[in-house]
Design a protein around this ligand. Sequence first.
Ligand code: AMP
Ligand code: ZN
Length: 132
Amino acid sequence: MCVFCRIVKGEIPSYQIYEDQDFLAFLDISQATIGHTLIIPKQHFENIFVLEEDLAGKLMEVVLKISKKLKEALGIEAMNLLNNNGELAGQSVNHFHIHLIPRYENDGLLLKFSTNQLSNEEFQNLLEKIRL
Ligand code: AMP
Ligand code: ZN
């Protein structure tokens, strides 16, 4: 059983800040910044590609609720939402989760996007592949 399923079952302790029928939110054990929180569905889904749609909708409501609580309680004005899917994306626990990472002046956290220069043709080709 995965580590987050064990947290849901109460087999591993966690600092829980929210629980309802479907979701659990608890403090990340390695606080990237103070207040770094994880939200997980109680049911085990490996990643976003297999997450149940109904649940995904409800999940966003929980994300909003907890974001507002963190903003108020920690006095923050900035926060990153992060969700890693797959090893290449940095997922280390294979139970879907969303990171809520409060941001502070000089908090030292580096999230840096690289840039790729695409030609118009490359953008067009890409669009043709992925447009829904
Ligand atoms: P990710 O790299 O996106 O899969 O994130 C997994 C996160 O889970 C990491 O930030 C870990 O610090 C966190 N984590 C792992 N085990 C625990 C645990 N027992 N309690 C709380 N957070 C954990
Ligand atoms: Zn699990």
